[in-house]
Design a binder for this molecule. Structure first.
Ligand code: XBP
Ligand code: MG
Length: 261
């Protein structure tokens, strides 16, 4: 029985990654570092999940001669980036992606529970939810974020944390992701995954998702179907998701993993 939906944040709930990129650049400028991450470079750096890990990778690969001193400054750089990200989310009034608010409302009306499983830092989640849900009405029962997990995606840790927080088995939930690392993380936790491509994951293979679409769609604003399970009218709706999930044999059915086109 489907009892919960578990959402990734960056690229899934909202198109956040370019604000992360801008936040890094603001932190570099504020701290007098002559660095600028353009979209192409950031797309490459996004293969490293976790902003702190991404920054460390950049230092090691682009500034190895000064790595020691720069790594010592990394906590300050990342803290400044997180503060800048919060300001950018507020300045941009960053909206949720198509269909996210609708499916969340359907799930709440249907008595399902909701969780977040994200590599991003917790303050970043709080900022995004604060501008998209009324105070005191944030929909998530569990938020598993950032360093709470021992290992970042594609390790399953953060999805396992979300399942533990919900007190349910992987066979009772569906995960929503936008990236190859995120899909692999959720699959490693035993979760079926619905993939919605995002701006920075356009080139990602979505292998392992049971359905891959451009976004969740809205009535009258259909998504583009990419692979796997199709959705009438181009809209991912809870009723069809429950029917699909109910058809699994319930004993950890081997999902039809897909190769993306
Ligand atoms: C996306 C990430 C995060 C963000 C940056 O996480 O990899 O690292 O890019 O946020 P997800 P931090 O897709 O799992 O939401 O700098 O706080 O890590
Ligand atoms: Mg993501």
């Amino acid at each position: 029985m489907l009892r919960a939906l578990i959402f990734d944040v960056d690229g899934t709930l909202a198109e956040t990654e370019d604000l992360h990129r801008q936040a890094f650049n603001r932190a570099f400028a504020d701290l007098g570092l002559p660095w600028h991450w353009d979209p192409a470079l950031y797309a490459d750096l996004l293969t490293v999940m976790g902003g702190k890990e991404r920054l460390a990778h950049y230092i090691d690969t682009q500034h190895p001669a000064d790595a020691g001193a720069l790594h010592a400054r990394a906590p300050e750089i990342h803290a400044r980036k997180t503060a800048a990200y919060g300001a950018l989310v507020a300045e941009n009034r960053l909206p949720l992606r198509p269909g996210i608010a609708r499916l969340i409302a359907e799930a709440r009306a249907g008595g399902l529970r909701l969780a977040v499983a994200t590599t991003t830092s917790r303050p970043n989640v709080d900022h995004l939810l604060a501008i998209n849900f009324p105070p005191g009405d944030a929909p998530f029962d569990v938020i598993a974020a950032g360093d709470e997990a021992n290992r970042k995606k594609p390790a399953p840790d953060v999805f396992l944390l979300a399942l533990a927080g919900l007190g349910i088995a992987a066979s009772e939930a569906v995960a929503f992701e936008d990236s190859a690392a995120g899909i692999n993380s959720a699959r490693a936790a035993g979760l079926p995954v619905l993939a919605t491509r995002s701006a920075y994951t356009n080139s990602h293979r979505l292998d392992g998702a049971f359905s891959a679409v451009s976004d969740l769609g809205e009535p009258g604003r259909p998504h583009r179907h990419i692979a796997g399970l199709e959705w009438p009218g181009g809209v991912v709706d809870l009723a069809r998701l429950i029917r699909w999930h109910g058809a699994l044999d319930g004993q950890g059915a081997a999902l039809q993993a897909l190769t993306s086109r």
